[in-house]
Design a protein around this ligand. Structure first.
Ligand SMILES: [Zn+2]
Length: 464
């Protein structure tokens, strides 16, 4: 692979990509002897030249959403004869870059996802992300389960950067961004960004005759933490939820907010983490990988728990019929109706899909001993594998529900996004501090004071 990477100059996009891909694949150290019950046999793909498209010179941009690390925009090619007074050009929250040509390409089905300025973000950031995606995640998880993406260049050279920053600045002025993100801007060094599959149909609602809704959620930790004590009554996700709600815990267990964004998320008016944060009980992800029920009562219990899990994420649902991709709160009546109507199909899909068990198996394989057992100084392989486990613990699942208007047939599909590799060298100390706080505070065992209310599947199975 090294010889192959030498065939392209390192100062080209492909050259830099291949070098990053080789590093990503080598770093993960996928061992062929590791097998899971789900036959997870990882293999490495040789780095192939990525598809790199160039933004058309004439585009219209609009803000879709953002996380701490990335912002997401809808980018629409302008038509040649589109007048400057078109409805697109005058729409609030959008901005045109005038020119004389355009090529729709994949822009109608993809969103522009671009890093915000921050530590470690540079010209090669998206090349590294895509190399990790292509060389490690795609062979590990399977293309069919991943939100599609490819590289796109022209952020700086097409003058898009200033346009996107103008959009963010306008949102700042109108008070429509999360307070702790106000003032953040697109990285000044990134000319190559990512076009990611638009799972929410935010850019082309009118092209879809069927009624479609996408629910987003982070499956989080689908297997218990290896560090959890014997007799734990909460899973790792619920333990952290309890710690986050507890008035006595330190900042290491707070601020577990969303980091990235592949698609629209409502950010308007969201407060930063802190005392004012609501103590809403968060859904337990273990229900996604629950053992098959043995009795009718257990089946009813599991079905109810699965629906409750989906229902608690309905605030993230974006309907193709809604008037604005960002207006997910309150839920539109059509979206609510659609989801209630498709409840049996959604539950059936969640009980039978292999996706969540596959994620769980990867998490378990790549983090067999827990972050506390990893030594940054002499355990590089374990750290690299932990990074992938942590990446899979913070990915987003886009669950798309479509009802055909002609036949009322329901189709359900899911893909994973927000899969930027976690930088363990920067984050290991935080991961370890968080785990220690959960153990020391008794959050796995429900012995914290005062007791925090959670709704963990482990607790419920024990009759609590
Ligand atoms: Zn739980």
């Amino acid at each position: 692979m090294a010889a192959e990477s030498d065939t392209v100059g390192a100062d080209t996009i492909n050259g830099r990509y291949k070098a990053a891909a080789v590093a990503a694949a080598a770093a993960i150290s996928l061992s062929p002897r590791l097998r899971s019950p789900l036959d997870l046999q990882p293999f490495l793909l040789p780095p192939t030249p990525p598809l790199v498209t160039t933004l058309p010179p004439a585009i219209s941009c609009s803000y879709i959403g953002e996380g701490s690390a990335n912002a997401v925009f809808c980018v629409t090619p302008k038509k040649k004869n589109l007048s400057k007074s078109s409805s697109k050009s005058s729409a609030p929250g959008s901005h045109n870059i005038p020119s004389n040509d355009s090529d729709a390409g994949s822009l109608s089905t993809h969103l522009l996802r671009i890093p915000k300025a921050g530590p470690g973000v540079g010209a090669g950031t998206c090349l590294d992300h895509h190399a990790y995606y292509s060389s490690v995640l795609r062979p590990l998880i399977g293309t069919e389960w991943l939100v599609g993406q490819h590289l796109v260049q022209g952020i700086i050279s097409r003058g898009v950067q200033s346009t996107l920053n103008d959009l963010l600045e306008n949102l700042d002025r109108s008070g429509r961004r999360r307070p702790d993100w106000v003032g953040t801007r697109i990285s000044p060094d990134v000319d190559v960004a990512l076009l990611v599959e638009d799972m929410t149909l935010a850019c082309n609602k009118s092209l879809h005759p069927s009624t479609t809704t996408t629910v987003q959620f982070k499956p989080k930790w689908l297997v218990q933490s290896p560090s959890a004590p014997a007799g734990a009554r909460r899973c790792r996700t619920c333990a952290l939820s309890a710690a986050s709600a507890s008035p006595s815990t330190s900042s290491s267990t707070k601020g577990n907010g969303r980091k990235n964004s592949n698609g629209p998320k409502t950010t308007q008016g969201r407060s930063s983490s802190g005392p004012e944060k609501s103590h809403k009980i968060k859904p337990c992800p273990i229900v996604l990988v629950a053992d098959p029920p043995k009795t009718a009562a257990e089946e009813a219990d599991l079905d109810a728990a699965l629906w409750e899990y989906v229902y608690q994420h309905l605030g993230s649902a974006v309907s193709s019929q809604s008037s604005s991709p960002n207006s997910s709160t309150p839920l539109s009546p059509s979206t609510t109706f659609l989801l209630l109507k498709t409840r049996p199909a959604i539950i059936r899909w969640m009980r039978t899909t292999n996706l969540f068990r596959r994620i769980a198996a990867i998490q378990a394989e790549h983090d067999p001993h827990g972050a506390l057992a990893v030594d940054l100084a002499d355990d590089v392989t374990s750290l690299d594998r932990l990074q992938t486990a942590m990446t899979l613990r913070d990915c987003t699942c886009f669950l798309r529900v479509t009802v055909s208007e002609s036949s009322s047939e329901v189709s359900i599909s899911a893909k994973l996004g927000d899969l930027d590799r976690k930088d363990g060298r920067r984050k290991l100390a935080r991961w370890q501090a968080q785990e220690r706080a959960l153990l020391d505070g008794g959050f796995y065992l429900c012995t914290e004071e005062p007791r925090q209310q959670t709704n963990c599947w482990f607790e419920r199975r024990r009759g609590h």
